[in-house]
Design a protein around this ligand. Structure first.
Ligand code: SF4
Length: 464
């Protein structure tokens, strides 16, 4: 059993209070997007951005989703197409560039401040296809000075030569999926990935000039124990990644039938998850990593850790980010765009996505224009998640509200002892902070401020 620092909540308490709920990578969360929101509404928002020099001058962040993988990991929760036909990637990228040109028609002269290539597996694409994509993208949205180009890579399927090529295209950030290095866990989840390949990829990225290497881990996987996960963490720490994302496994076999395949090994229950989580937090913070929100860790020099220090951390569909709030345009199937005033999501149907773009239409399935109420609640939820601090007077002057009146229902709810232990509420000073327990259960706390959840059975992934 792990010995916890005094201020850390006990795994038993976390397990008792854990529930299901949104991850709040947007507010309102995606299930509340409406299918009536289509391409016409999205283009109206884009035209507004084009006419606003402070928004258009900041440049856009672009996320491009590559949905292909050559082999299915049985824990996978992504919208993924399993194929070994690499030619599908070539065709996909041609359509992706068409989609980018459609966006470019509405955002003329706008630069690119950030590119993230995610999936699926972006390394499913050949190096020359990625190069064609980056060149085509730059022809529409020229990269701004200091633009950050990031890519997710799967070490099982990445030749280190690709890393060299990516460096010449301007990529400086890489994120590597690891999840777990333990043999029994890898057998159970159908993902065999050696420590050596992972290390080789990260070292090569550093050698060719990448400034940041991140690693994704998952706790709560079948077969994981505190001891086994400790060994995985030790292996990861030996590679000294700049960032580590630590996600809880979401076992949803009623939606994702392939996840039944992992049930051959016991899946940790809430108590087991809580033990794994607290053990990992202990190990990573003792190794010098800074907590970045509830599920990220960064070395102190990393811009994410600096953003925590300077209260500039933000949240979007990719989780926590240092991006400073310019419009995020997401291309590819299932991509979710966020312009600040609106969200929209592309269709998940690959054929429909392609045919819509070929007909000259943005392939949008659903979306939402934020109401004033949504803006106020999103600000509060993001400040709680990113800064662990809400200043009533800052919100009052930003939104012209009386905080105690606007959030009367929520402040009353927080007098309930179970919820009250999640916060340090100072009504006189007008401040609200998560307690140490509330920091770990920040999603529970944010749910108090989400009126969509009142009176309904919570759904979604587990909040620890
Ligand atoms: S690599 Fe990622 S997206 Fe692809 S199957 Fe595995 S978990 Fe899913």
């Amino acid at each position: 059993m792990t010995t916890l620092a005094i201020h850390q909540p006990s795994p038993q308490t976390l397990a008792k209070l854990a529930t299901r709920g949104p991850r709040y990578t947007s507010y309102p969360p995606a299930p509340h997007f409406k299918k009536e929101f289509g391409a016409d509404k999205a283009t109206a928002h884009l035209d507004k951005i084009a006419q606003n020099p402070s928004q258009s001058g900041a440049g856009i962040s672009l996320y491009a989703h590559i949905p292909f993988c050559s082999k299915l990991c049985w824990y996978c929760g992504c919208n993924v197409k399993i194929t070994r036909d690499r030619a599908r990637g070539e065709r996909y990228v041609e359509t992706l560039l068409e989609e980018i040109r459609l966006y470019g028609n509405h955002l003329p002269g706008v630069g690119l401040s950030e590119l993230s290539l995610g999936g699926g597996s972006p390394n499913f694409l050949h190096a020359d296809t990625i190069r064609r994509f980056v060149d085509g993208l730059r022809a529409v949205f020229p990269t701004q000075e200091n633009a950050r180009l990031a890519i997710e890579l799967d070490p099982r399927d990445t030749n280190v030569g690709l890393v060299d090529e990516l460096a010449t295209m301007g990529f400086t950030r890489v994120n590597v999926g690891v999840q777990d290095f333990e043999q029994t866990v890898q057998d159970t989840i159908n993902r065999h990935q050696s420590q050596e390949d992972t290390e080789a990829l990260i070292s090569r990225a550093r050698a060719v000039g990448f400034q940041s290497a991140g690693v994704d881990l998952i706790y709560g996987l079948p077969g994981q124990t505190e001891d086994s996960f400790t060994r995985t963490l030790e292996a990861v720490l030996s590679m000294a990644p700049d960032r580590i994302a630590l996600f809880g496994y979401a076992h949803l076999p009623h939606i994702l039938k392939h996840q039944r395949l992992v049930e051959r090994q016991p899946i940790p229950g809430l108590a087991g998850r809580a033990e794994l989580l607290m053990c990992a937090i202990q190990q990573l913070t003792q190794a010098g990593y800074v907590r970045v929100g509830f599920d990220h860790f960064a070395r102190p020099h990393d811009p994410m850790a600096q953003a925590v220090k300077h209260h500039t951390l933000q949240r979007n569909f990719q989780g926590f980010t240092t991006s400073q709030g310019g419009p995020l345009i997401a291309c590819g199937v299932t991509g979710i765009s966020d312009t600040g005033d609106a969200y929209w999501q592309n269709t998940s149907d690959l054929e429909l996505w392609q045919s819509e773009i070929e007909s000259g239409r943005l392939p949008i399935a659903r979306g939402l224009t934020l109401s004033t109420d949504d803006h106020i609640r999103r600000h509060l939820i993001y400040r709680l998640m990113c800064d662990s601090f809400v200043d009533f007077s800052e919100m009052e002057s930003r939104f012209n509200i009386r905080f105690s009146e606007f959030f009367r229902y929520e402040l009353d709810a927080l007098t309930d002892p179970a919820l009250g232990q999640l916060v340090e509420l100072d009504l006189e000073a007008g401040t609200l902070k998560p307690s140490a327990l509330g920091f770990e259960l920040i999603r529970n706390l944010c749910m108090v401020f989400d009126p969509h959840l009142r009176g309904i059975e919570p759904v979604g992934s587990t909040t620890i």
